[in-house]
Design a protein around this ligand. Structure first.
Ligand code: BGC
Length: 419
């Protein structure tokens, strides 16, 4: 059989994503302090948290240094080199975040030098032919903001808006796509409900306060950015999951719908406040008391269930909004790079299928450009998500074979499926 070529729409954006705290290094925010105070405890807790096979493969999880972001990938200094690599890899778009704690290290005082730094970052992207997608809050807060109570504080909305207004004013001439917040469901869930990542608050009251402040801030920032930056495209990155319940047939449907309702609540409350949909998709989540009942799936190094058709289901569910969709994250923890190529190709096959059925998908940004500090739920450095491998000691970069396969897709704007 002949190979089939799936052609993507003209002007499709191809690239990768990162976030400041995960790659830059030397950040001084509410995570930095917390990491130092909790690293030993997290290293001790690894035995309970991860499976035996994961513990054997990644003994770094028992080292407290795994939980301290420290110099991370030193991307703050090496960004030009990293963007040269992205360009070589055929990317024409890049998502990254601006670190609020650098811009406003003290309440109400902006650091002009850091603003200049991010101008250089954005210009470097533009010079390399990459469209910047700028995230304004990827879970980290300045220390002064955290001291006031973080997102539970009565000032939270006002404080965040001051930063957003400043940044959008400064960069309105060189940035078009604004991702105001990243994955509110995940960030708030781990940070304010389960307490497994900073600010490590536990309990429904703080969670609801923080969640609704973030929602309010987002909606107000939508208007604010449009007022400040002409022609801006404003949205946020939402983590879409496919929930399957395997508990007891008569209630499975209800259980999955309830899980999806809560997981997507923020998303559904922002109708009319989005110019595009930022879609992060990683895995299928099976809600079950009985592991044997779960359908057999390949898993990632983190144990996540790989389910490429899920991205198609998610995208089709977004068709009714009639908005452009950008895949703002999709990726795999795969240290030996044995599954990444297939993962990318399979997911893209289903992205293409959704496009052919009328979903207006305009770009795909893989998570991540480089291995980094995997900070959700404080996992640390061992899960390797990069198209490019990073040696965290020497800061050497090594392009993974799967990145070269992805390059072919980016450059040709098509995916070849073997017949
Ligand atoms: C987050 C990233 C993270 C990735 C992989 C998303 O939840 O936005 O910060 O590294 O998933 O876990």
């Amino acid at each position: 059989m002949e190979n089939e070529k799936l052609v993507f729409p003209k002007g499709f954006l191809w690239g990768a994503s990162t976030s400041s705290h995960q790659v830059e290094g030397y950040t001084k925010n509410n995570w930095t302090e917390w990491e130092r105070e909790n690293a030993e405890r997290l290293a001790r807790g690894a035995r309970k948290k991860w499976k035996q096979s994961q513990q054997e493969r990644f003994p770094e999880m028992f080292d407290s240094q795994n939980y301290i972001s420290g110099k991370a990938c030193d991307h703050y200094n090496l960004f030009k080199k990293d963007f040269d690599l992205a360009k070589e890899l055929g990317h024409n778009a890049h998502r990254f975040s601006i670190e609020w704690s650098r811009i406003e290290p003290e309440e109400g005082i902006f650091d002009q030098k850091e603003i200049e730094h991010y101008r250089e970052v954005i210009e470097a992207l533009r010079e390399n032919g990459m469209e910047p997608f700028v995230t304004l809050w990827h879970w980290t807060d300045p220390i002064w903001f955290a001291k006031k109570g973080g997102w539970t504080s009565a000032d939270a909305v006002k404080d965040f808006k001051r930063f957003v207004e400043k940044i959008t004013y400064e960069f309105q001439d060189i940035v078009k796509y604004w991702i105001v917040v990243n994955e509110p469901n995940v960030g708030m869930g781990f940070g304010y409900l389960l307490g497994s990542q900073p600010p490590a608050k536990k309990g429904p009251i703080s969670f609801l306060q923080a969640y609704f402040n973030l929602l309010k801030a987002y909606r107000q920032c939508y208007g604010l950015i449009h007022k400040t930056a002409q022609g801006a495209h404003v949205g946020f990155a939402h983590s879409f999951y496919l929930y399957e319940a395997e508990i007891w047939k008569p209630i499975n449907g209800i259980v999955s719908s309830v899980a999806a309702y809560f997981s997507d609540y923020f998303f559904t409350r922002t109708d009319g406040y989005r110019d595009f949909i930022g879609c992060n998709y990683y895995q299928e989540i099976t809600l079950s008391f009985n592991k044997k009942k779960q359908p057999d799936r390949e898993t990632t190094d983190l144990g996540w269930r790989i389910y490429p058709v899920g991205i198609y289901d998610v995208l089709l569910s977004l068709k009714k909004y009639g908005l452009p969709v950008y895949i703002t994250e999709n990726g795999i923890a795969d240290a030996d790079d044995s599954k990444r190529e297939k993962f990318i190709k399979e997911h893209l096959r289903f992205v293409h299928k959704a496009i052919s059925e009328g979903v207006d998908v305009r770009g795909y940004m893989h998570w991540s450009l480089i291995d980094n500090f995997e900070f959700p739920d404080m996992r640390g450095f061992w899960p390797r998500f990069g198209l490019v491998e990073v040696d965290f000691e020497t800061q050497e970069r090594k392009v993974r074979p799967s990145a070269l396969e992805y390059k072919k897709i980016c450059e040709s704007n098509e995916l070849e499926i073997e017949g």
